[in-house]
Design a protein around this ligand. Structure first.
Ligand SMILES: Nc1ncnc2c1ncn2[C@@H]1O[C@H](COP(=O)(O)OP(=O)(O)O)[C@@H](O)[C@H]1O
Ligand SMILES: [Mg+2]
Length: 338
């Protein structure tokens, strides 16, 4: 290291070099360097340990969360399974509600001809008693006998036709009931099936002036699932009565049916109050109803959708506008027609 040489007056007259022993300073510096490295190493080791500890804690925490999640997931799975089975049960119940309708319809329809038969047979019994009395008293005239024979013939004809009507109704309802409780394929006449369905709904239509028009070839028979088709029509008509015609006594339903290229086309239309636009997209979802707490389950249209798309392997589209009724296009493939 250079140092200046200063004379007495203070002038700089040269410089000299000072040699110092640096070994001491170096040793000192080395010591502090070692200490620093040792400190850093220590810090590193401590840091590493803390880091590992934190990792273990986090890992445990994640495992706990995972365990919780797995538990919750299997709980959720069980709940979803239960909900699905409840939903299936409810849909089945809805199907049976339609069957219940049918039973009520049978009771109502069969009641009329049987009632008329009972009245006619009572009348006949009275006439027989009269005839017997006249005969016993030996007062029976030819005219009286002739009258009796005429009335007897007429009355027995009334009894016969009413009993035949009742038997007809029972057997056709029996077929509808069997169809509805099974998903069997068979060949059936479409107009006859729809007529039977409408007949079974008569108790619901009795106190109203609602009209149901069916436009379909009377001879059209198809090979399909009659139970599914009648369930669909029952649900649609009941919806028109309960929802569409809520505020009118003069609703009109039109069912147009055609068959083309091995496809069955059914358009169902009513002129009721219609469905609000924002509601249409959800109508086929289960449990969507505007009559919750008033007997609505929200499963009718879901059932219609399931029957068309699954049982009949077809397609259903719904169009509606408020105050402009509801229109549904149902299409499904069929095999034989005739
Ligand atoms: N023909 C219709 N006219 C007006 N609204 C209808 C008609 N059909 C269905 N809807 C509406 O769609 C909803 C769902 O029908 P649905 O699934 O059969 O359930 P629910 O009849 O039990 O209410 C009904 O609550 C009603 O608001
Ligand atoms: Mg309904």
């Amino acid at each position: 290291m250079y140092q200046p040489i200063i004379d007495f007056v203070g002038n700089n007259i040269g410089k000299f070099i000072v040699f110092t022993d640096v070994s001491l300073a170096l040793e000192k510096r080395n010591n502090s360097l070692q200490q620093a490295i040792a400190f850093l190493l220590l810090m590193f080791v401590v840091g590493f340990l803390i880091f590992n500890f934190v990792l273990v804690v986090i890992d445990n925490q994640i495992k706990n969360y995972q365990k919780d999640l797995f538990g919750q997931r299997s709980n959720l799975k069980a709940t979803i399974k239960q909900l699905k089975s409840t939903q299936a049960q409810l849909i089945e119940k809805e199907k049976f509600a339609a069957l219940g309708n049918l039973v009520a319809g049978v009771a109502h329809e069969v009641n009329t001809p049987i009632g008329m038969g009972v009245t006619a047979s009572t009348f006949l019994q009275d006439r027989i008693t009269e005839l017997k009395l006249a005969f016993e008293r030996e007062e029976l005239t030819a005219k009286q006998l002739e009258k009796f024979v005429k009335e007897g013939q007429e009355t027995s004809q009334i009894i016969f036709s009413n009993l035949a009507r009742a038997a007809d109704l029972v057997s056709s309802f029996k077929q509808v009931a069997v169809d509805q409780s099974s998903d069997q394929h068979r060949k059936f006449n479409v107009v006859k099936l729809i007529d039977e369905v409408i007949l079974s709904l008569r108790p619901h239509l009795k106190k109203t002036n609602h009209q149901i028009h069916v436009n379909c070839d009377k001879n059209l028979s198809i090979d399909s699932i009659p139970g599914a088709l009648s369930q669909i029509i029952i649900n649609l008509i009941m919806n028109s009565i309960i929802h569409g015609f809520e505020q009118t006594n003069e609703g009109e339903v039109t069912i147009d049916i055609t068959v083309k290229d091995n496809h069955f086309y059914l358009n169902y239309k009513d002129n009721g109050k219609g469905i609000p636009e924002e509601f249409i997209s959800r109508v086929f979802e289960p449990f969507v109803t505007t009559k919750r707490g008033e007997g609505g389950t929200g499963l009718g249209m879901h059932l219609v959708y399931n029957l068309v798309t699954q049982a009949l392997d077809g397609d259903v589209r719904l169009y509606s506008q408020v105050d402009n009724g509801v229109s549904l296009d149902i299409t499904f493939p069929i095999q034989n027609t005739g």
